[in-house]
Design a protein around this ligand. Structure first.
Ligand SMILES: [Ca+2]
Ligand SMILES: [Ca+2]
Ligand SMILES: [Ca+2]
Ligand SMILES: [Ca+2]
Length: 437
């Protein structure tokens, strides 16, 4: 459970990677489409398995890209990328290339195509550059850092990265301001100290998400002030560092008491121009796992007003009936616009006491996140990605290595790793097979 929660905690990183939106330069490309590596206007689905053996190295991991089309992700001939393909040395055991928790997609060089940024090992990041043929290991760069977040913190239209510097208690990040050269060199680098206030009960600051919560056109960094339990950070409060034109983020308001989570995501749920923050808090760890005070929950903080609301097991209108397994409600939140109405929607998972886990989709609205029109499908967790080019995101769910793609309420396709034809160098894994984003 602890491992799973850790994965959930970092899963949030990847979906805040919407990039800057960019500028419309060449009409053939669609910079606003997330994870569109070949620039054809269809989001391309990344799947991976950090437990897979690659060229004999256990858990070296891979990322496979299923290019989008009018009919959804193409499962024939996926583009498979491993660390071994990149020209920076072979992967070691446990390198976990392509981990969902430490992968983001964003256009770093400003060519209108998304690029893949993924961690392998403790503090190495690889950038795999998009091209009109999609992703391949032939064009890549190596950076130093961990747990990347992508956004535009200085508001210049170029995607920036916020990366960890190493250990969990370093309480510092580096801000790599874009655009990046093909060698991976940012235009400028800024270091930011995130040490929690002296005398406070918080031991570590965990960078958790980027989003423009203040509405000034610069993405803000959301940081979880955390205690340590068994050396693992446990979020207890959220503080916002305001984006700024020179890249020197400024510590801003602490968000209201009780607003924190093991996963944070940002998206504009009420479509008012301010990014909103979604926090999943299924469980807390204090030596043991326990239901958090006030119950497992999914909270939303609305940008601008900083007002909050909560969805709990007792919220009326949920599409899944309880009672639920403890510590499962609100797990693995992800965001995207599932119906293309401009209001970002939210998915999270929950496990009823009887039956299998479900992924719940709640819709955004002018009044905020609502259970009106909510639905649920089977799965341990889900991501939202528009692979069909119609501005409405498909829901991609995982169920112990079986991935399903849902469009509207109906299932578009289903597949497992063994059905993809990943090539002779990749074996094992399977149950760790999951959508990355
Ligand atoms: Ca595409
Ligand atoms: Ca690019
Ligand atoms: Ca920027
Ligand atoms: Ca908003």
């Amino acid at each position: 459970m602890k491992r799973a929660l850790g994965a959930v905690a970092v899963l949030l990183l990847l979906l805040s990677a919407c990039g800057s939106g960019g500028h419309e330069e060449a009409p053939a490309r669609h910079p606003g489409v997330r994870s569109d590596f070949d620039g054809d206007g269809y989001g391309d689905l990344v799947v991976g398995d950090t437990t897979a053996t690659v060229h004999g190295k256990y858990a070296a991991g891979y990322a496979a890209v299923l290019r989008g089309s009018a009919h959804g992700p193409r499962i024939r001939k996926p583009q498979v990328v491993t660390q071994d393909d990149l020209g920076f040395g072979k992967a070691g055991e446990g390198g976990a290339f392509g981990s969902a928790g430490t992968t983001v997609t964003a256009d770093l060089d400003g060519d209108g195509r998304a690029d893949l940024v993924t961690q392998a090992g403790r503090r190495t990041l690889f950038v795999v550059w998009g091209s009109d043929k999609g992703l391949s290991g032939a064009a890549a760069a190596r950076l130093t850092g961990s747990a990347p977040l992508a956004g535009d913190v200085n508001g210049d239209g170029h995607t920036d990265l916020v990366v960890g510097v190493g250990e969990v208690d370093d309480n510092a990040v580096r801000i790599l301001l874009g655009p990046f050269s093909r060698e991976g060199t940012p235009r400028r680098t800024v270091s930011l100290d995130l040490t929690p206030p002296s005398g406070s009960r918080y031991a570590v600051s965990v960078p958790a998400a980027l989003g423009d919560v203040t509405g000034d056109g610069k993405d803000d960094l959301l940081v979880s002030w955390s205690i340590l339990a068994d050396y693992a950070p446990v979020a207890r409060a959220t503080v916002l560092y305001r984006g700024s034109a020179d890249g020197n983020l400024v510590e801003g308001p602490r968000l209201p008491d009780g607003f924190y989570g093991s996963s944070l995501r940002t998206a504009d749920v009420n479509h008012d121009g301010y990014d909103d923050v979604v926090a999943g808090l299924p469980c807390e760890m204090l030596g043991d796992e326990m239901v958090p005070e006030g119950g497992s929950r999914l909270s939303v903080l609305y940008g601008g007003t900083l007002k909050t609301s909560r969805i709990t097991e007792n919220t009326a209108g949920l599409p899944v009936g309880g009672p639920f397994m403890p510590c499962t409600f609100g797990a693995a939140p992800a965001v995207g616009d599932a119906d293309g109405d401009g209001y970002a929607d939210v998915v999270f998972s929950v496990r009823p006491r009887t039956g299998s886990a479900e992924v719940v989709l709640l819709r955004g609205s002018a009044e905020g996140l609502t259970t009106e029109g909510a639905r649920a499908v089977p799965g341990d967790f889900g991501v939202l990605l528009d692979t069909t080019g119609d501005k409405a995101a498909e829901l991609v769910t995982d169920d112990l290595g079986r991935i399903r793609v849902w469009r509207g309420g109906s299932r578009l396709l289903a597949f497992t790793a063994s059905g993809l034809g990943l090539g002779p160098g990749i074996s094992g894994g399977g149950r760790g097979f999951r959508p990355v984003g």
